[in-house]
Ligand binder design. Structure first.
Ligand code: GLU
Length: 287
């Protein structure tokens, strides 16, 4: 019987076809979980209900089974847990750490261009998006409430300066503590008018609820961990240990993407490859 003390998870979003990178991450989690005699969970991160369709989810499960991924419990589907995430938002709201922001993407671009007109570059977050340039966090509680009551579109953002304060944050990465720099992200979105959660919020809530001890995921999410440890602290959650693995690149050293069919598991299978061929193709040691 597996020892359930160590819990790993693979948490894909069914918003496109899985590619070699997903297969690598899934199989690495499985291998580490089996080696530790722990559990390996599958979590379906489908809060974007417009892009994550039942058809894509069905294909995703088929692809995972084909490549040899196994999971130990009924998968958790985030689109069915909105109330749970709402309760976390409420706790952050009680701490007065959220505010409604109203600038659209194009208004953000415009405002950033205005701020950069004097030649000074406006800061970007680790993903390359501008730090939110709006001023709504300075509105008083009444004004903020009226934005929400207006029925207009808004996004709830974390007031990062207040959330971090003078504290320092770190996380446990592959056997050592690394310093987190959450302020580099600015005021991240934690929910939208029509979606009561964001990736960051449901990821930390579910990792804690599911007793995940080991988060093993791609290096593209390394920097996001800084946001996750702040949320864990604010919500009183235990921080798991992290390992961010190398990404799989295509022959031109480009990051794989769900929009590029050539490296999708489905396309590789249709081209006659076996699961073993695909595992060899990943070119990375599953260790
Ligand atoms: N759902 C995320 C993705 O597909 C992964 C989240 C995670 O592993 O924390 O990129």
């Amino acid at each position: 019987m597996p020892d359930p003390k160590r819990v790993f998870r693979f948490a894909p979003s069914p918003n496109g076809e899985l590619h070699l990178g997903h297969a690598y991450s899934a199989l690495l989690n499985l291998k580490l979980a089996r080696a530790a005699e722990g559990k390996c969970l599958l979590r379906i991160e489908d809060i974007d209900t417009a892009r994550c369709t039942p058809e894509l989810e069905k294909q995703m499960l088929e692809d995972l089974e084909w490549i040899g991924f196994e999971w130990d419990e009924e998968p958790r589907r985030q689109s069915q847990q909105f109330e749970f995430y709402r309760s976390a938002l409420k706790r952050l709201e009680e701490q007065k750490l959220l505010y409604p922001s109203i600038l659209s993407r194009s208004e953000i671009r415009q405002k950033v261009a205005e701020k950069e007109a004097d030649g000074n570059r406006w800061p970007r977050d680790p993903d390359g998006s501008p730090i939110y340039p709006g001023d709504e966090r300075f509105l008083d509680a009444e004004e903020q409430r009226s934005i929400i009551a207006s029925g207009e579109r808004y996004a709830l953002r974390l007031d990062m300066e207040s959330a971090v304060g003078v504290s320092s944050f770190d996380w446990f990465e592959d056997g050592r503590f690394v310093e987190a720099s959450p302020k580099k992200w600015g005021d991240v979105v934690l929910a939208r008018k029509d979606t009561p959660t964001s990736y960051h919020l449901c990821c930390v809530m579910d990792d804690a609820l599911q007793g995940v001890t080991d988060v093993v995921r791609g290096k593209d999410l390394y920097d996001a961990t800084a946001v996750h440890v702040v949320l864990q602290e604010l919500l009183g959650l235990i921080s798991p240990s992290y390992r961010h693995h190398d990404l799989v690149f295509d022959n031109q050293r480009n990051k794989l993407s769900k929009s590029n069919r050539s490296t999708s598991l489905r396309a590789l299978r249709e081209a006659g490859n076996t699961a073993q061929d695909v595992i060899e193709m990943m070119g990375l040691e599953l260790a």
